[in-house]
Design a protein around this ligand. Sequence first.
Ligand code: PHE
Ligand code: FE
Length: 291
Amino acid sequence: MDTSAFSRDAFFKTLAEKSTHGIRGDYSQADEQYVIAQDWAAYTPEQHALWRRLYQRQAKLVPGRACDLFIDSLMQLDAADGIPQFARTNEALMQATGWQLVAVPGLVPDQVFFAHLAGRRFPVTVWLRQPEEFDYIVEPDVFHDFFGHVPLLFNPVFADHLQAYGQGGLKALPLGGLPYLARLYWYTIEFGLIESPQGLRAYGAGILSSGGEIDYCLASPKPRRIAFDLERVMCTLYKIDSYQETYFVIRDFQQLFDDTQPDFTPIYARLQNRDALPADSLLPGEVDLLL
Ligand code: PHE
Ligand code: FE
């Protein structure tokens, strides 16, 4: 289904309506930045075992599907044996790129999310999915947030881009730019593909933490794979509860960084007069990239 969910706030509302689990996570202890303690000691042996199963499945799938940068970082993360302690990861992350993980109860408001990214802090959900959600989960849990997002935070270009995104988000809110920025995030940070000498690879966290979509996005004849174009992406609707119908492909992370450098203010103004594109559209002149 096409949803009007174009921001974390909207996503949060959609989720509350749709989720069979309701809103998970305890927000009562959160500070004004929605930060909580990870309380690592509270995870049960069953939860650590579920994490190991999730990790082992994904670790088998990433070779030949995830970009090299992701795989190299993942190996150094030392997260195979159970739900990691964020404080440990933070020591390595601080040295590599100056980023830090902060524990949060779940999704946080857009403004809070952007402020964290602008401060080089990545919010990581503390709760783990239920065993019956092994194959697919709509909302982000600790496995998605950690396994999917944390490895690339070790890459300097990606790390700088994500901080710029956060700063851009704070700027976009009063300009009405949120829907456009949310689509950009969705089709890059969450579901992006990247070229490599060996063929297309995934770098989006939503793909990399998924048992099914990691193969689907590269091997299925169904979805479209289109060269990344900033304004095209910003106009494209997306699905939050099924595999994507379109993936956008960047050449490298420098392209993502460079193409998002210009001031978006005039772009937001221009796009406001344009209709959004369905998630499965292919425009004249666009090529569906083959493997
Ligand atoms: N360049 C964008 C602006 O001026 C900010 C931005 C950077 C947005 C990186 C997204 C990603 O608004
Ligand atoms: Fe995510």
